[in-house]
Design a protein. Sequence first.
Length: 130
Amino acid sequence: MVSKQQLQIVYGITIALLVIGVIAYAAAPVSAPDQPIRIMFKNVGGNVLFDHKTHTHDSGYGISCLDCHHTSEEGETQPELCGDCHESSSDDEDMPNRTDAFHIMCKNCHADLEVVTAPVDCSGCHFTAN
């Protein structure tokens, strides 16, 4: 049988460890990465999960930020997003709509890479979530 004093010691140690754990967790929060790892583009044609890290990291394709964010300045910490200029629908011949801009940028780059795994057909990028 466990004595009341032994239970008090166990409870005291448990509470002390819990408090230490909460303080340690709060004192050293995990910071967000400078660049996103993956981006989910949700659209009616099927969502596109874009692996940003694989495309931009030196161990992946090593594509420069300016290759996609073509209106941004070198060294900007928050590059312009496609939707900042390309609207969801546009009649402007000089400014393609968002969907066309993505298709032009992605498909042309994939075709230029001549990498077997770089998809150029719809189902290679778009999928429907169940």
